[in-house]
Design a protein around this ligand. Structure first.
Ligand SMILES: [Zn+2]
Length: 216
């Protein structure tokens, strides 16, 4: 459990990090540890339920099955090969030291995600009055993409693990925000224009999104 004292928090709260599965307790400055302890006891059932609900964690290691654009790939570690990642058929072959596999594969996914998301975003903006946006990839836990006021788009690199239609929808969603800030009827009309099958992908994310956060 990660415990954090906060000057800004107004009340006790407990949450679970969707990536690591680590619970986090936030204690406002004026609340005592005894009160926090009592709070945790009252929340223990909820916390257990939340932890049970988490999909299994799948670390990037030799033999792990990971989805790449929705297709299952198997990680194969060959320590004598140079420290890089190669996608060969149904395998992701990674060389170099064992303790660097996770970092190397994550960086490889991020780079590929950035490339695909940038391509898609510039394709989709061609149908609008906007210029190709600047795209960055991050690892957020509560959203798949975001659009800043100055027109920069940011996405979760984990979308590279989802089927291509899902990535397509998330890009369409953020590109639509370049024209329509709020999720009103005009916004969804524009999303549909940019990605006609968006409803299916949105549903996929609701059902399977949490699994994507458990890789790595
Ligand atoms: Zn939105």
């Amino acid at each position: 459990m990660w415990i954090r004292r906060s000057r800004r928090a107004r009340r006790l709260s407990v949450s679970v990090d969707a990536r690591t599965g680590r619970p986090q307790l936030v204690i406002p400055f004026r609340v005592t540890y005894a009160e926090a302890d009592q709070f945790m006891q009252s929340e223990s059932e909820w916390l257990l339920h939340k932890l049970k609900e988490l999909p299994p964690r799948i670390p990037f290691e030799d033999g792990a099955k990971v989805p790449l654009l929705g297709y299952k790939c198997c990680i194969k570690h060959l320590p004598l090969l140079p420290p890089e990642v190669n996608h060969e058929g149904h395998e992701l072959v990674v060389g170099g030291k064992n303790d660097e596999i996770k970092h190397r594969i994550t960086e490889w996914f991020k780079k590929l995600a950035h490339q695909k998301l940038t391509e898609l975003a510039s394709q989709k903006t061609q149908d609008t009055e906007h210029r190709s946006p600047v795209v960055t990839v991050r690892d957020p836990t509560t959203r798949w993409g975001s659009c800043s006021k100055n027109g920069r788009l940011s996405f979760s690199w984990r979308l590279i693990l989802a089927p291509p239609s899902v990535m397509d929808y998330v890009v369409a969603h953020e590109v639509a925000h370049l024209s329509e800030f709020h999720h009103g009827p005009n916004f969804w009309l524009l999303v549909e224009k940019l990605c006609p099958s968006y409803r299916r992908s949105r549903h996929w994310l609701t059902r399977h999104g949490a699994k994507l956060l458990r890789y790595g």
